[in-house]
Design a protein around this ligand. Structure first.
Ligand code: G3P
Ligand code: CA
Length: 247
């Protein structure tokens, strides 16, 4: 049965990539969370989408040029005052560390998709650091590492042959199934327009290895539920969870 993943938490409703957003997505009934990670100047893994701070926090500059202590001074909530559900308590939300997210999930069986934004910066050592934090704080959780950058995934697999790696794709790649075996992929993470493109006809088996992003319209969610994809990654978990419950 197709799983529902919250994209950056519950991105359409709450500040993205925050503990508040992750908690709310869990309450909305997700079976997985999709998060983005970057490495700070002092080598800590933080959960934030952009390589810079200005869009989602009240700080500025590149994450690679800031220490964790500097980033933790910032609000990750007050840029979202235009959201319908906004409350002033959101201003206290911080950019979380990966460790904090994994600890939030303790006691749940929520799957965690960690996207490495390594096509922007190389972040030397991020793969080793990531694997060691997962081993320490979430050794039994289902973790899927995804990236647009195939060499990053290859490096993760070299470091840990048990790592589940999934390739993020936005454009058509011929002979997709061949990549599964060549790179020992756990699956693909496909853009929804690519997945629903009439010219990209995927076998039922390959669909079952595919998570699709970012799917927010009920009609598209229903199409993907019919196709039997592994997971739907959405900004609006409440819509996808309701659609799944109604089939
Ligand atoms: O993981 C799928 C999706 O999150 C990739 O795009 O820009 O939302 O990180 P983006
Ligand atoms: Ca992402």
């Amino acid at each position: 049965m197709t799983k529902i993943y919250g994209h950056r938490g519950s991105k359409g409703n709450y500040p993205e990539n925050t503990l508040l957003g992750f908690q709310k997505a869990i309450e909305q009934g997700v079976e997985g969370l999709e998060i983005d990670v970057h490495l700070t100047k002092d080598g800590e893994i933080v959960v934030i989408h952009d390589e810079t701070l200005s869009r989602t926090t009240d700080g500025e500059g590149a994450i690679k040029d800031c220490t964790l202590a500097e980033i933790q001074q910032l609000s990750a909530g007050n840029k979202f005052q235009h959201f319908a559900k906004y409350e002033s308590t959101w201003n206290q939300e911080k950019v979380p560390t990966l460790q904090e997210v994994m600890q939030l999930l303790d006691g749940t069986d929520i799957e965690l998709n960690i996207e490495l934004k390594t096509y922007i910066h190389t972040y030397p050592g991020i793969e080793e650091r990531l694997l060691s934090e997962v081993q320490r704080y979430a050794p039994n959780r289902k973790i899927i590492y995804s990236s647009f950058h195939l060499p990053t995934l290859f490096r993760l697999k070299q470091l840990d042959s048990n790592a589940d790696i999934a390739w993020l794709l936005q454009d058509h790649v011929p002979h997709l199934a061949d990549y599964m075996t060549t790179f020992q992929l756990e699956g693909f993470h496909l853009d929804k327009d690519l997945m629903l493109d009439a010219d990209v006809v995927m076998s039922k088996q390959l669909a079952s290895y595919t998570r699709v992003w970012t799917v927010n319209k009920e009609e598209e969610i229903n199409q993907l539920l019919q196709l039997g994809v592994e997971a739907i990654i959405t900004d609006y978990p409440e819509i996808a969870v309701a659609a799944k419950q109604s089939i």
